[in-house]
Design a protein around this ligand. Structure first.
Ligand code: ADP
Ligand code: MG
Length: 250
């Protein structure tokens, strides 16, 4: 198992945003996490990537206990995420935003940077090449010199994906990649996610668009009120009475 989550919990005051969640994410697959608004999906991602510290439970990634690790360390371990609301650097170009994702893989240190050593220059060139590759991969290379914050939502989502991919993740957490996009764009994001999986990157996806979830997911996990209420293949989930009651029927 690439990721093993056991008894994971997060309390906000008296509220159990995530409660006793067990989750196995097999390598090379797409695991979709669905559930009504407020079910705890984004909180779960924040716990996995270290933005929140769990109140209880454990997170094991590639056999290593990463419970409570901060985001700059989980990203080095190989976990990258995109946000439900894209979080790009406002005054930076698209290329600089993606280069920010390269920082975690930089081989030169602060002194190399200050003195512009040959190692630093080599590193910078390689980083830029890699960032451009990722921009090409997501179909946003032509936007490299544009201000990220001025782009339409759909383009910003692509750039965030390139930024996450630039960190060389083994596990990519995508929080509502298709939210606010039209049917055609949703379809294009679906294709892009398939290409990401084809690169050997495991994907965990939170998404409300059921067509996308049913098309892409190998495994679906359903959360409701912070708890896991079902796990199964798309076909199993579609016909699960608990799920229909909590979510699909709503
Ligand atoms: P989802 O992504 O499934 O819509 P969230 O994980 O965002 O749900 O939220 C789960 C619950 O936790 C909600 O009731 C939400 O209001 C609450 N919550 C999320 N983040 C915080 C926070 N930082 N502080 C307090 N409550 C929070
Ligand atoms: Mg959410």
């Amino acid at each position: 198992m690439l990721l093993e989550v056991r008894g994971l919990g997060k309390k906000f005051g008296g509220l159990d945003a995530v409660k006793g969640v067990d989750l196995d994410v097999p390598e090379g697959q797409v695991t979709a996490i669905i559930g009504p608004n407020g079910a705890g999906k984004s909180t779960l991602f924040n716990l996995l990537a270290g933005f929140y510290r769990p109140t209880s439970g454990t997170v094991t990634f590639e056999g290593k206990d990463i419970t409570g690790m901060k985001p700059h360390r989980t990203v080095r371990e190989g976990i990258a995420r995109t946000f439900q609301t894209t979080k790009l650097f406002d005054d930076a170009t698209v290329l600089d935003n993606v280069l920010a994702g390269r920082v975690v893989r930089s081989k030169s240190n602060a002194l190399d940077a200050v003195f512009h050593t040959p190692r630093h220059r080599r590193d910078e060139r390689a980083s830029k090449a890699r960032a451009m590759e990722e921009l090409e991969f997501v179909g946003a290379a032509h936007l490299r010199d544009r201000l990220a914050s001025k782009l339409p939502q759909e383009a910003q989502k692509r750039v965030s994906m390139a930024q996450a991919l630039a960190t060389e993740p083994r596990l990519l957490l995508l929080d509502e990649p298709a939210a606010g996009t039209n049917d055609e764009e949703t379809e294009a994001f679906g294709l892009l996610i398939r290409q990401i999986v084809a690169r050997g990157i495991t994907v965990c996806l939170v998404e409300h668009k059921m067509s996308m979830v049913m098309n892409l997911a190998d495994q679906i996990v359903v959360l409701d009120h912070g708890q896991r209420i079902a796990t199964g293949t798309p076909a199993q989930i579609k016909s699960d009475p608990l799920v229909i009651e909590a979510y699909l029927g709503a």
